[in-house]
Ligand binder design. Structure first.
Ligand SMILES: [Mn+2]
Length: 312
């Protein structure tokens, strides 16, 4: 990766010790089924970020001053399972360092690892899954760690809320909780979905954002584009409301599949990431200490079936 610090921010804001935010790149594309290239996502995202204004007009903040540490990229790719485990461990390591942990993929299977880590560390976790695809298959192509299975585990042991869905297999209906699913065709004609989705969330929310949730007219560079997606301002309005009303504990953004000719998608991903950080920290003073309030005690009421006593 070319960039040494996130978005080329000055070194004083990029040191792990002082940074409140950690960004873990995961350039993984081992299980994608159609267009390859999500492994190039983090680099394109970082390149675009370095060319972006760092003052956010809407929140009147410069969130990079909260400190953003660019962690070493996770390049484990021997098997989908070993990649998921590497992501799981790295995510947990930085949560335990009391950071606001963010992850940039890579394809969506990386989120199996990120969600597993957050579910272990935060009680009663809601996973807000924003995506064109339901991703609820228990197994696909011989593995449970395929991108088509990204939130199956979350559907079993977290409060999973799905937004923007417009593509699924009929078998996924047996797993899906339709009360907590917001389909794109309904969202297009009725904007009460925002309040309804937020009403169904617990206090601790992890967001997994597949960029193909966006409409291909504004986000063409993704592996499996689907018509009829979210637009920019409705997405930001929703996210802003989630950050304002809930304790967002972290997020990941996945499935940027960059295109050599059109860089607007890379830039959209960069802006989305920065907007989400700006919403998270808009009311937090720069010199205030950050406490992510993770809970290392067990058992928890989130019915996590994963236990791990590793110390960091
Ligand atoms: Mn998707």
């Amino acid at each position: 990766m070319k960039t040494n610090t996130y978005a080329g921010i000055p070194g004083e804001f990029a040191k792990l010790e002082q940074a409140k935010i950690v960004l873990i790149p995961v350039p993984y594309d081992g299980t994608s089924t159609w267009q390859k290239g999500a492994d190039k996502g983090p680099e394109a995202f970082l390149d675009a970020s370095a060319n972006m204004e760092l003052y956010d007009i809407e929140t009147e903040t410069e969130v990079y001053q909260q400190g953003i540490y660019l962690a070493e990229a996770i390049i484990e790719n021997v098997t989908p399972e070993s990649m998921v485990e590497a992501v799981h461990q790295a995510t947990k390591k930085y949560i335990k360092k009391n950071k606001f942990v963010t992850i940039f993929g890579g394809e969506h299977s990386i989120s199996i690892g990120t969600i597993r880590a957050f579910n272990e560390m935060f009680p009663s976790l809601t996973v807000l899954h924003i995506d064109a695809h339901a991703d609820l298959r228990k197994e696909y192509d011989g593995t449970t760690c395929n991108h088509a299975c990204a939130v199956y585990e979350a559907s079993q042991n977290t409060n999973l809320i799905q937004v923007g869905i417009r593509s699924m297999d009929i078998m996924e209906k047996t797993v899906m909780d339709e009360e907590k699913t917001y389909f794109a065709h309904d969202m297009a004609v009725d904007d009460t979905w925002r309040d309804s989705a937020i009403d169904q969330m617990t206090e601790n929310v992890f967001i997994t954002f597949d960029l193909d949730a966006f409409d291909p007219s504004i986000m063409p560079s993704t592996g499996t584009p689907e018509p009829g997606g979210l637009l920019w301002y409705e997405t930001l309005d929703f996210l802003k409301q989630v950050f304002a009303e809930k304790n967002v504990v972290g997020f990941d953004i996945v499935e940027l599949c960059p295109n050599k000719i059109d860089k607007s998608s890379d830039f959209l991903a960069a802006k989305l990431y920065y907007k989400m950080l700006s919403y998270k920290f808009m009311d937090e003073a720069i010199d205030e200490d950050y406490d992510n309030k993770y809970d290392n005690s067990k058992p928890k009421n989130n019915a996590s079936k994963f236990t791990d006593d590793d110390d960091y």
